[in-house]
Design a protein around this ligand. Structure first.
Ligand code: TMP
Ligand code: MG
Length: 209
């Protein structure tokens, strides 16, 4: 196993209704077609006990303290850490719909301290590439409308967008998500292929530096 190349951790981020979920699936199909081992993941992972508490909160059926919810979202990633690292080390590329950046952007948008929000994410596997599907909150809001989940409101999404801006770093690629579905996909392909082929063995861990 040691000499094998590891898989890449590719994360898609963006506001609600920015097109992440459909683009994740399209990207996974494309990468599979190139012969890669690749899986689609998403956070929150609502299939676990922690994930179902998160889902109840998002659906409005449960009231929880903002910090408690933040820690649940983080714990939902931690409970998947070992499985993620094993997959990556075994050469499987993971395309993940939302990750620590959503965790920080959405909680900081509520007014929680930024550094406090980042702290529980330190030590999780670091993304090799973050594709940010860039769309204005106003444009996202008119795209077929929001669902009923908490956070799917224009005023709040504006605050989230500002927080995302502050998180952008060197592993980020900003993708203009106002284009057609196919164009957005095209914009992401090349960077993903490059990222996968540049992944050396050994997993980086998130440090926010
Ligand atoms: P989803 O629509 O991608 O399933 O995500 C549900 C909501 O949860 C979405 O509005 C973003 C939010 N969220 C957080 O607040 N913190 C997190 O850590 C994650 C992954 C998502
Ligand atoms: Mg949503």
């Amino acid at each position: 196993m040691g000499a094998e190349k590891r898989g890449a951790l590719i994360v898609l981020e963006g506001l609600d209704r920015s097109g992440k979920s459909s683009q994740c699936h399209r990207l996974v199909e494309f990468l599979k077609g190139t012969g890669l081992k690749v899986e689609a993941w998403r956070f929150p992972d609502r299939t676990t006990a922690i994930g179902s508490s998160i889902s109840a909160y998002l659906g409005g059926g449960a009231e929880l303290d903002d910090r408690a919810v933040h820690l649940l979202f983080s714990a939902n990633r931690w409970e998947k850490r070992l499985q993620m690292e094993r997959k990556l080390m075994a050469g499987t590329t993971l395309v993940v719909d939302r990750y620590s950046y959503s965790g920080v952007a959405f909680s900081a948008a509520k007014g929680l301290d930024l550094e406090w929000c980042k702290a529980p994410e330190v030590g999780l596997p670091a993304a090799d590439l973050v594709l940010y599907l860039d769309i204005s909150p106003e444009e996202a809001a008119v795209r077929g409308g929001y669902g009923d989940e908490r956070y799917e409101q224009l005023d709040f999404q504006k605050k989230v967008a500002l927080q995302y801006k502050g998180l952008q770093g060197k592993r980020w690629k900003i993708v203009d998500a106002r284009q057609s579905f196919d164009q957005v996909h095209e914009l992401m392909r090349e960077t993903c292929v490059k990222t996968v082929s540049n992944c050396l063995n050994g997993c980086h861990h998130l440090s926010w530096l």
